[in-house]
Design a protein around this ligand. Structure first.
Ligand code: AMP
Ligand code: MG
Length: 413
C-alpha cells in the first residue's frame, strides 16, 4: 500500500483503500469438510452429479401407474376400470410390472413399474384398492419424473466459488456427496483496546465505558460468515499490545483491533505497536465516520495474517467493518459476494456532510424508497446506530443535500 503515513497527508479514496486491501488478501487453503459442516464455506471444487438425477423413473404424484393407452376413453360419465395388481411405495426397490388393463397404486417418488408410461393422479380416480375407476385420459409421461430429468450424470451442479447455503447443501447431498472441498469460514479474532473498557455486566466507575466494539465486531464477522472470537480490554500500553496480538496469531485468519489509532496522541497504542513492524499501513481514508484506517499483515515466518486496525468510536468501527473487513472475509474464501447491496432512495429531509470526505449517515430506509437520516450522527452515538437499517452515502463533493435528493443508500445486513 502506498499512502500517507503522517497526519496531514492527503487522504485516500474509499475505493482505493478497498482495492488495496483485496489485493493483499490470499485466499485460505482448501480443506475437505463433512457436508454437515459445510454451511457458509465456499466450494473449492466443482460438485458434479455422480448419477443422473433422478436416477430412476418415478412417480411425480400419488395415484396409479398405468398404460396411457388404456385411459383414452375415460370420462366422469364413462370411467375406465383397471385391475390394481400392486402397490408401490417410495423406497420400494422391488421390480414391479403392469400389463394392459392393469394398474399399480403408486406413491410420489416411488419407482415406476415396467410396462407403465404414465401416472393418473389419485384426484382423477375413485381411489379404489382392488380396482380403480379412471375419470380422465392421461398423456404418456403424465406425472412421471424421468431419470435424468433434473440433471444428467457428470453434469456440474455447483461450480467452485459458490457459497454453501442451504440450497447448495441440498444439491451436494442429492449428488451423493458426504464431504466437499471448500475454503472454510475464516477465523476472525477481535481485540479491543483501551484502559477505559470494562465488560458489560460489571459496575461502571466514572471514566469507564462498557466494551461494545468487541461484541459488535465479533457479531458482524459471524454475520459475514466467519467464526469469530473476542479478546477485550487490551490495556493502553504499547509494549502490551504486540504480545497479545502474537498470542492470537495461531487462532486467526484475520485480526481486527479497535481503538488506539486516532490521528495523533501518545495513547495510540495499537498504531505505535504496529507501526514499528512496518507491515501495517496507517492512512486517512476520505470518509466519515471512520477516517483513521490501518491495514496490513502481521505474523511469524511464513504465516501472514491480515490485520485491520479500526477506530475506537463504535459507529466508525461499524462502518469501517462493513466497508473494508466484510469484503476481505469474502476474499479469504475466494468469494466476492459480501459487498453490501446499494439502492437509490429519496431523502425525506436535508443532510449535511464535510467537504472532501464521503459520509455514511445512519438512516432508516422504508419500503417505498424514502430514506430518513437519523438524528445523532456523532461517531460515538450508538443509539442512532441501533435504529438504522441503512447508510446514506453523501459524495465527497457535497456538503449539503436538500430533501427530495436521490441518494445512494447502503442497505445494512
Ligand atoms: P480511541 O480510538 O482508542 O481513541 O477511542 C475513540 C473513542 O472510542 C473513545 O471515546 C473510546 O472510549 C471509544 N472506544 C474505544 N474502544 C471502544 C470499545 N471497545 N467499545 C466502545 N467504545 C470504545
Ligand atoms: Mg483508546
Amino acid at each position: 500500500m502506498t499512502a500517507a503515513h503522517g497526519h496531514d497527508g492527503p487522504s485516500t479514496p474509499v475505493e482505493q483503500h478497498q482495492s488495496d486491501i483485496l489485493a493483499a488478501i490470499t485466499p485460505l487453503s482448501p480443506v475437505s469438510v463433512a457436508l454437515a459442516d459445510a454451511e457458509g464455506c465456499v466450494l473449492a471444487e466443482d460438485v458434479t452429479a455422480a448419477v443422473s438425477l433422478p436416477s430412476f423413473d418415478n412417480s411425480g404424484m400419488d395415484g396409479y401407474a398405468v398404460l396411457s393407452k388404456d385411459t383414452i376413453h375415460s370420462s366422469e360419465r364413462a370411467p375406465t376400470t383397471l385391475q390394481v395388481t400392486s402397490e408401490i411405495a417410495a423406497g420400494d426397490t422391488g421390480a414391479h410390472r403392469i400389463s394392459p388393463g392393469t394398474a399399480s397404486k403408486i406413491l410420489t417418488g416411488a419407482r415406476m413399474p415396467d410396462g407403465a408410461d404414465a401416472v393418473v393422479q389419485v384426484e382423477w380416480t375413485d381411489g379404489g384398492t382392488d380396482r380403480v375407476q379412471v375419470y380422465r385420459p392421461v398423456e404418456p409421461g403424465n406425472a412421471v419424473r424421468y431419470a435424468g430429468g433434473d440433471a444428467t450424470e457428470g453434469e456440474t451442479l455447483l461450480p467452485a466459488g459458490v457459497r454453501m447455503r442451504p440450497m447448495q447443501i441440498a444439491v451436494a447431498a442429492s449428488a451423493g456427496r458426504q464431504a466437499v472441498l471448500v475454503r472454510p469460514r475464516p477465523r476472525v479474532v477481535v481485540l479491543s483496546t483501551g484502559n477505559e473498557l470494562t465488560e458489560p455486566g460489571t459496575p461502571l466507575v466514572p471514566g469507564q465505558i462498557w466494551d461494545s466494539n468487541s461484541y459488535m465486531l465479533a457479531a458482524a464477522a459471524r454475520e459475514a460468515g466467519a467464526v469469530a472470537s473476542r479478546h477485550s480490554g487490551v490495556p493502553d500500553d504499547p509494549s502490551g499490545v504486540l504480545p497479545v496480538l502474537e498470542e492470537q496469531l495461531d487462532a486467526a485468519d484475520l485480526l481486527i483491533t479497535t481503538g488506539g489509532v486516532s490521528m495523533g496522541g501518545e495513547h495510540d497504542v495499537v498504531k505505535a505497536a504496529l507501526q514499528r513492524l512496518g507491515t501495517v499501513t496507517f492512512r486517512k481514508v476520505a470518509m466519515q465516520p471512520g477516517m483513521p484506517q490501518g491495514f496490513g499483515t502481521i505474523g511469524v515466518g511464513e504465516k501472514r495474517v491480515p490485520i485491520f486496525t479500526l477506530p475506537g468510536n463504535p459507529v466508525s468501527a461499524y462502518v469501517s467493518f462493513q466497508l473494508f473487513v466484510r469484503p476481505a472475509i469474502a476474499a479469504l474464501q475466494g468469494a466476492d459476494d459480501l459487498a453490501l447491496r446499494s439502492e437509490r432512495a429519496t431523502l425525506t429531509g436535508p443532510v449535511r456532510s464535510p467537504g472532501g470526505r464521503r459520509s455514511y449517515l445512519r438512516a432508516v430506509l422504508d419500503g417505498d424508497g424514502a430514506v430518513t437520516a437519523l438524528s445523532g450522527q456523532g461517531s460515538h452515538q450508538i443509539a442512532a446506530l441501533g435504529r438504522a437499517n441503512a447508510l446514506v452515502v453523501v459524495p465527497e463533493a457535497d456538503t449539503q443535500l436538500p430533501a427530495g435528493t436521490t441518494v445512494e443508500v447502503v442497505v445494512l445486513p
